[in-house]
Design a binder for this molecule. Structure first.
Ligand code: ADP
Length: 418
C-alpha cells in the first residue's frame, strides 16, 4: 500500500516536472516570438515578417497581410502623386504649391521660368523673398483671391496673370499665366477700333456739315453750288465706302484659311485686268507697261490675288506724279517660283518707314494718302494675301526716285499649262 502511494507521488512529481518543462518551453517560445515581433517592428517598412507556428504563425500571417496592403496603398499613392506632378509639370501655366508658412513646397517648370526660381534649390524658401512684386505680396497678405496682373518683374516685356488659390489645410496654390500675347492683341484691337473710328469721323463730319447747310439754307445757294456740295458729299461717302470695303476684305482674309481645293488662275488674264484698272486710275497721267514672261498659271485665290496686285499698282499710280512711269513685271525665278513686281519712278519712301508700311493704317504722309483716295489698308491687304499664298513681299525705294514692290511666289504656287 505504502509502496503504491510512493509510486503515485513519484508519478505526480514526474508529471509536474514534465509540465514545468513544457510550460518553460512555451514561455521561451512566446518570449522569442515577442522578441521577433519587437525587432521586426523596428525594421524599415517592407522588412519580411518572421514565420512561426501555431497562434504566432496566425498572428504573423495577419501582420504580413496588413503590411502588404499598406505597402501597396503607399505605392499607389506615390504613383498617383507622381502622375499628378507630371501633369502639373506639363501645364503651360505656372504652378507653385505653398505650405501653411508660405514656403515653396513645389514649383513646375513654367513657374520656375516665369519667376526665375530654381525648382530644387528654392524649395522650403519663403515665396515672398523670391517673388517680391508688391501686387503679389499684397494679394497673399490680404487673402485676395482674384487674379492680379504682374508686368515685367522677372522678365522684360512679360505680363503674367497671377492668382492665389487656397487648398488643403491652410495651403495655397499660386497659378501664373503668360498673357503677354493676349494683352498685345487686345491693345492692337483697341488701336484698330480707334483708327477705324478716326478714319470714319472726318468724312462723316464733312457729309453732316453739308447736309445741315443744305437743310438749313439750301434755297440760298445756287443750283451750281448745291451741285458742288453734293459732289463733295459723294466724294466723302465714296471714301467711307472704300474704307468699309477694305475693312471687309481684311476681315475676310483673317477669318478663314485659304480654301483647300484652290483655283488655278490664268496669269495673263489676271495681269491684263490689273493693268487695265491701273490705266483707268491713272487716266492717262502715267505711262504703264507690262512685261510678262512668267509661268502661265498661278495657284491660289483669283479674287485675293487680284486685290493684292491691283493694290500695288494703285499705290504706284497714286504715289507717282503725272508723267511718271509704272512698270509691271511677271517673271520666273531661278528657284522655280515666280515674281510679280511693280516699279515706279514716283515720290519714293524714306528707309525708316519701309518696315512698317504693311501695318494697318500706317502711312508715310496722311494727307497725301487721303487726298489720293488711300485707306491706309492697301499694303496690309497685300501682306495678308501674300502670306496666305506662301509668298514674300520685298520693298526697295529711294526717296525722290521711286519704289519697287515685289511679290515672290514659291514653286508650288506656279504652273505651266499642261
Ligand atoms: P494707302 O491707302 O495710304 O496708300 P497703303 O497701305 O497702300 O495705304 O500704303 C501705306 C503707305 O505706304 C502709303 O500711305 C504711302 O505712304 C506708302 N506707299 C505705298 N506704296 C507706295 C509707292 N508706290 N510709292 C510711295 N509710297 C508708297
Amino acid at each position: 500500500m505504502a509502496g503504491g502511494l510512493a509510486a503515485f507521488v513519484v508519478g505526480v512529481e514526474e508529471a509536474l516536472g514534465g509540465l514545468l518543462v513544457v510550460l518553460l518551453l512555451l514561455l521561451l517560445h512566446h518570449h522569442r516570438n515577442m522578441g521577433r515581433v519587437a525587432s521586426w517592428a523596428r525594421e524599415p517598412a517592407g522588412a519580411p515578417v518572421p514565420r512561426s507556428f501555431g497562434a504566432w504563425d496566425y498572428l504573423f500571417a495577419s501582420l504580413a497581410r496588413r503590411e502588404r496592403e499598406s505597402l501597396e496603398q503607399h505605392a499607389r499613392l506615390t504613383r498617383n502623386l507622381k502622375r499628378f506632378r507630371e501633369a502639373t509639370q506639363a501645364l503651360p501655366d505656372g504652378v507653385i504649391y505653398l505650405t501653411r508658412q508660405r514656403t515653396i513646397e513645389w514649383v513646375n517648370a513654367a513657374a520656375a521660368s516665369y519667376f526665375n526660381l530654381d525648382a530644387e534649390r528654392d524649395l522650403g524658401r519663403a515665396v515672398t523673398s523670391l517673388v517680391r512684386e508688391p501686387a503679389f505680396v499684397h494679394c497673399l497678405d490680404h487673402g485676395i483671391r482674384e487674379p492680379v496682373v504682374l508686368r515685367g518683374g522677372h522678365h522684360e516685356g512679360l505680363t503674367l496673370e497671377v492668382q492665389v488659390i487656397p487648398f488643403g489645410e491652410g495651403q495655397e496654390l499660386v497659378l501664373a499665366r503668360d498673357i503677354t500675347q493676349l494683352e498685345r492683341l487686345d491693345m492692337m484691337r483697341r488701336d484698330f477700333v480707334a483708327n477705324v473710328s478716326h478714319e470714319l469721323k472726318t468724312p462723316l463730319t464733312v457729309v453732316n456739315g453739308f447736309v445741315e447747310t443744305l437743310l438749313d439754307a439750301g434755297e440760298e445757294f445756287s443750283a451750281a453750288d448745291r451741285q458742288h456740295f453734293l459732289s463733295l458729299m459723294l466724294e466723302q461717302s465714296l471714301r467711307m465706302q472704300r474704307l468699309v470695303d477694305d475693312l471687309l476684305t481684311l476681315s475676310s482674309l483673317q477669318a478663314a484659311e485659304l480654301p483647300r481645293g484652290e483655283e488655278v488662275v490664268d496669269s495673263a488674264a489676271l495681269l491684263a485686268s490689273v493693268l487695265e484698272e491701273g490705266e483707268a486710275l491713272s487716266a492717262g497721267r502715267h505711262r504703264l507697261t507690262l512685261a510678262s514672261s512668267g509661268p502661265a498659271l498661278l495657284v491660289g485665290s483669283q479674287r485675293e490675288l487680284y486685290s493684292a496686285f491691283s493694290n500695288l499698282v494703285s499705290n504706284a499710280v497714286r504715289y507717282t506724279p503725272e508723267g511718271g512711269k509704272v512698270a509691271l513685271c511677271w517673271a520666273a525665278d531661278a528657284d522655280g517660283g515666280a515674281s510679280f513686281s511693280v516699279q515706279d519712278d514716283g515720290i519714293g519712301i524714306e528707309p525708316q518707314h519701309l518696315g512698317r508700311l504693311t501695318e494697318r493704317f500706317y502711312r508715310v504722309d496722311q494727307g497725301r494718302s487721303r487726298n489720293s483716295g488711300g485707306t491706309g489698308l492697301g499694303l496690309a491687304i497685300v501682306k495678308h494675301v501674300l502670306t496666305r499664298h506662301g509668298a514674300q513681299l520685298s520693298i526697295t525705294s529711294q526717296p525722290g526716285e521711286g519704289s519697287s514692290f515685289t511679290a515672290r511666289f514659291p514653286p508650288r504656287r506656279v504652273r505651266e499649262r499642261a
